[in-house]
Ligand binder design. Structure first.
Ligand SMILES: C[S@@+](CC[C@H](N)C(=O)[O-])C[C@H]1O[C@@H](n2cnc3c(N)ncnc32)[C@H](O)[C@@H]1O
Length: 331
């Protein structure tokens, strides 16, 4: 029997079942992935549009040839270290399904506490001041996961009719990332009876921190998960196949895009250069009685809070679901 013209592998007409493909993918990934079984399941579920239950119940289903070719290619890409989310193009965050591409950081569970706290802060501001629409800025928005998760959670709360949804500004230095954020806003908030009103509340700005936003514009709430990982740690992560944009990770970068230096002229390596620029800029853009929520590493949360206190902010540090210091709240 001739080999398959598409993949050059198994014979053209030899059917493979879900179970056989799962075993094949697990074997292929066993030396390269820390989670070959989970990866095989996620790839099969994505490719076949199966739920986890269907994957179990339909293990004898014969997978059409084109999908076998896709799965073979996906397993090859995964074996190079490419994260599963970049292969499927999706990642769940805060219970919502986000589009992701290699231009954006893959949303992390660590960030969910920032969303949770932002929703609480916004709801209590809405209680206290009912007159004007609140304004929220998500700086360093990437995929837009923070702003979208906050907006969706607010809209699911019966106390927040669509008319009361705050105005959101999503800022990022990367136009490619902003494109992904636009797609997520459209996909997750662009459906339903109030969608045109809801979409009109979203504004996207390509900006280096706040440089493209006039100081006359003030926000009630500023949210940010900026790059905060120390430079040498990013080198290690990228060498270990983390495969996410350095621009989204490296915190030791100046506003000009260079490696930051310490007071003694040595290369900075605390991951805080972007945050040191961000904090005074948030202060300039914060409305009276406003709040700022910044995600940091567990290793630089206290230094971030201390730095912000030097600008007159009060601070509180929130732990993530794993108990790590994660979000610095400033007010
Ligand atoms: C850690 S990622 C966070 C992405 C997303 N908010 C999340 O939580 O998954 C940081 C983002 O900041 C953006 N960024 C890096 N430097 C920036 C700068 N100077 N100004 C604005 N955005 C910047 C990157 O493009 C990236 O999208």
């Amino acid at each position: 029997m001739p080999a398959c013209p598409l993949c050059g592998g198994h014979p053209r007409n030899a059917p493979m079942t879900v179970q056989e493909l799962k075993t094949k993918i697990i074997t292929k990934l066993s030396n390269s992935s820390p989670s070959p079984k989970l990866d095989a399941e996620v790839l099969l579920m994505h490719c076949l549009n199966f739920s986890k239950t269907e994957l179990l119940l339909k293990r004898d289903y014969e997978v059409p040839h084109e999908q076998q070719v896709w799965l073979n290619d996906a397993a090859n890409r995964r074996s190079t270290g490419l994260p599963i989310a970049y292969i499927t193009g999706h990642k769940e965050f805060y219970g919502y399904d986000f589009i992701v591409t290699p231009d954006v950081l893959i949303p992390k569970p660590d960030t969910e506490i920032l969303v949770e706290r932002a929703v609480d802060v916004i709801l209590s501001m809405m209680d206290a001041r009912s007159e004007n629409l609140l304004t929220v800025c998500d700086m360093c928005t990437g995929s837009g996961c923070i702003a979208v998760a906050v907006a969706k959670t607010l809209l699911e709360d019966e106390r927040v009719p669509a008319e009361q949804l705050p105005k959101f500004t999503l800022g990022d230095i990367s136009e490619a990332a902003l494109d992904v954020a636009r797609r997520n806003v459209a996909a997750l908030l662009g459906d339903g009876p109030d969608s045109s009103l809801i979409l009109s509340r979203f504004n996207f700005v390509r900006t280096n921190l706040f440089d493209a936003i006039s100081e006359a514009i003030k926000y009630d709430v500023i949210l940010s998960n900026p790059p905060y990982i120390p430079h040498t740690m990013v080198d290690e992560l990228l060498r270990d196949g983390r495969s996410e944009p350095r621009l989204a990770l490296d915190g030791d970068i100046t506003l000009e895009g260079d490696r930051a230096t310490t007071d003694r002229g040595e290369p900075a390596n605390d991951g805080l250069a972007i945050i040191r620029n961000l904090i005074p800029q948030t202060q300039a853009h914060l409305a009276p009685r406003g709040s700022v929520l910044i995600e940091t590493g567990e290793y630089n949360a206290e230094a971030t809070a201390e730095f912000a206190e030097g600008f007159g902010f009060n601070s509180e540090i929130h732990r993530d679901l794993e108990g790590q210091l994660r979000v610095v709240e400033l007010y």
